[in-house]
Design a protein around this ligand. Sequence first.
Ligand code: ZN
Length: 402
Amino acid sequence: MTSSSVRHSTPHSTAITRIGSLLTNDPSLRTPDNPLGLLQDAAVVIEGDRVVWTGTSSKAPATDSHHDAGGRALLPGFVDSHAHLVFAGDRTAEFHARMSGRPYTAGGIRTTVAATRAASDAELSANVARYLAEALRQGTTTQETKSGYGLTTHDEARALRIAAGHTDEVTYLGAHVVAPEFADDPAAYVALVTGDMLDACAPHARWIDVFCERGAFDGDQARAVLTAGAARGLIPRVHANQLSHGPGVRLAVELDAASADHCTHLTDADVDALASAPRTVATLLPGAEFSTRAVYPDARRLLDAGVTVALSTDCNPGSSFTSSMAFCVAVAVRDMGMTPDEAVVAATLGGARALRRTDVGAIVPGARADLHLLDAPSHVHLAYRPGVPLTAAVWQAGEKRV
Ligand SMILES: [Zn+2]
């Protein structure tokens, strides 16, 4: 190979210099005194879609281009491992009534199912794109999304196909609730979810999920759904213990699920099960409790037991219509017993672990160049300045998007 062809094949390089506080989550830099792997007066070099170097700003190697961070904080892009973005319509009236103390009897999730079934592919795709763009503007560079508002073979497969056009992290949630047509025969709906619907959906998804809760699917039904999905190569995750105690968390551990999501109502046995299963992340979704005026999960209890915790938005039109990971960080610090450091790690590295990804959630050589520059000197400002739009710039796979 000639030297000119080497130059030609080298991807474009950029140095981000004068980073006041670089939060790396780099295991080789993390110590008890520096649990986030923080570097001061730092630089990051990206080449193509990858991080290739981190270190002291004055020692940064020469690059094709350059971005002066001006002393601001840089952290990994947020990894939002739990959202429901394939839907049409909204539930403003329901939220308004709930927060105004008025009874509201219409619809609930069925309202969204009806609107989603009635929407065109183009409408649903435009909605997913819109919420992904909204999240990106707030620093989210990896976004999971689920189906679950179709509840027919056609509509679930359509939702997943559309989602897969926008993100790699796609979850089949045919078992969100029993479809209205099967209200009198939930067993037949489970047979559909584990049969024809699974056949149609599996090619478009990486994960399978089930809402294991009173009023949705019990432990045996949830096990049947997840086991059938796993047999088709889908990796389990579980909506577990959101509204009440139940078998969801222990089922997630039993089936080596990537995450047990919500974890609001836990027994000591549930906490012990999660602590004994480092591959099953406890994903906490404070937007849901915020938007329903419910009791928050106790993150402190989980962290003290040694459980890996992720924070995610649960973005959906019914119970948590936020795409803001920064908001979730602020609530987790204020009301769930997390320190600012723990909450930011949970929103980045924790989310990556919940998606079993090693290429995102940390700023280390070899990782995907997903970077979030704050208009603030420290990641602590995400909790210290709640509700303030602090995102100054975002790189996704090496490309400056914001
Ligand atoms: Zn959810």
